[in-house]
Design a protein around this ligand. Sequence first.
Ligand SMILES: C[S@@+](CC[C@H](N)C(=O)[O-])C[C@H]1O[C@@H](n2cnc3c(N)ncnc32)[C@H](O)[C@@H]1O
Length: 256
Amino acid sequence: MKNIFFRIYHSLIYYFTKKNAINIHSPYLYQLYLEAYRIDYRIPQELISYKYTLSKCNDFIEFQSIGSNKKYIKTKVKTWQKRISCKLRKRTFVVGIARYIEAKKILELGGGFGLTSALLSLSLPNVEIYTIEGVDVLNNYITNLKNSLQLKNLYNYNLDFNIAIDRFIDENKKFELIIIDGSHDYESSIQIINKIPAILSDKSIVIIDDINYSRSMYQAWEEIIKNDDFFEIKWERNSYGLLIKNTDLSKQYIKV
Ligand SMILES: C[S@@+](CC[C@H](N)C(=O)[O-])C[C@H]1O[C@@H](n2cnc3c(N)ncnc32)[C@H](O)[C@@H]1O
């Protein structure tokens, strides 16, 4: 309940303090804004059907949660998908960003039922999409989705984020785009942000989802804005933050 009040409070503050896009002075960032937020990308029908099926599914799943709320969970698929899955319409901006920066490899930390990774896989068939999900039952949903839709460019791993990142470091794999959508708490977010520079390409973007999820998530975002020196651009949206690594750009924080 506390978190819901925080989100309402945060949204109000956001809408009263954000600037209009006209205030984006860099042509590169303005074009990124247009591609991400002013183009209506199509949501594949297969995914709309998949989400609908999940939302009606009365099967039970049980697992040890590894998010901020470490509990043994036994619940219906429809309940859990409602709780963790993103709204597909709200995710299409990632397709625009990936196209604009010509991403070759994208990593999602926090696969859930596979909605975002499948959206990216279907929309960007020439891009390699990697998704990490630590709960095996959920990772099985991603595997089944991948097989049924024949998503050849989607690679899913049932691993903890830290182990997956270490593996990518060993393989010298670099990503142009990383989406962090895992445990929505201060410690995990800061830990991941400190770890991912080793797997980022020279020019790259990181999306931190749900910065408004709770006071502690927003504290993590505020700390990144203040202390992190790795990224040139820190861009605050209502419910997520964009961190842009591109030494052609001058350092700035924007809230648009
Ligand atoms: C919000 S859900 C992801 C939703 C998904 N990105 C989507 O768009 O539908 C977060 C997921 O991250 C997983 N997760 C959280 N912390 C993790 C960790 N340290 N390692 C692996 N998976 C983790 C959780 O099990 C959960 O399924």
